[in-house]
Design a protein around this ligand. Structure first.
Ligand SMILES: [Zn+2]
Length: 188
């Protein structure tokens, strides 16, 4: 979904995308599958650059890193960016690191470089969703797990079983175990 920035009037223009209008369905499929999404963008020229404000709502299917259960992670973020034309000089000085230096945090403005005065809204949204995906997703809020008790129980049981197995083995291989048997048979 590409936006020609030169066609945006001075007062700015609003862009909305969702599953029913379908513009980003294919581009976002690898991240959100068939989940609904709502992308709102308002772009307005400011000098030689463009201001981008908007919001993004969707859902990611995740697996909890603590309990292994599937869960749905809501994504709801706002963005506030400056889109600017990346000049050749700038690219050269940036070298191989001249990729996107985009910061998708909710606070503060970040810079989004474009080329040919075309903003790729689909690619931007794709990256914003990818960055919203946590490294260690958990099914509860703030890194907590809703199945923590269940997990603790399983861990405890496994530890008990492992310990029991170790004791059994050490008893069999313990040389004194044989002496014990000997002593018992002597007494008899
Ligand atoms: Zn969990």
């Amino acid at each position: 979904m590409k936006i020609r920035l030169g066609e945006i009037p001075d007062e700015g223009r609003n862009y909305t995308y969702d599953r029913s209008t379908g513009e980003m369905n294919a581009e976002l499929e690898d991240l959100i599958g068939t989940h609904p999404y709502a992308v709102d963008m308002f772009i307005k020229p400011i000098g030689n650059a463009y201001e981008l404000r908007g919001s993004l709502k969707t859902t990611l299917s995740e697996v909890c890193s603590k309990c292994g259960y599937d869960f749905e992670l809501p994504v709801d973020r706002k963005f506030n960016e400056i889109i600017f034309e990346e000049e050749n000089e700038h690219r050269k000085s940036q070298g191989v690191h001249g990729n996107q230096s985009v910061n998708f945090s909710d606070e503060g403005t970040s810079m989004v470089p474009v080329r040919g005065n075309v903003f790729d809204a689909g690619n931007y949204t794709h990256e914003a969703i990818a960055l919203a995906e946590p490294f260690y997703p958990t099914c509860g809020p703030n890194g907590s797990c809703l199945h923590a008790d269940e997990v603790a129980e399983v861990v405890e049981r496994l530890e008990r079983e492992a310990n029991a197995a170790v004791n059994e083995v050490s008893e069999k291989t313990n040389p004194f175990a044989a002496l014990k048997d000997l002593e018992l048979s002597r007494k008899n």
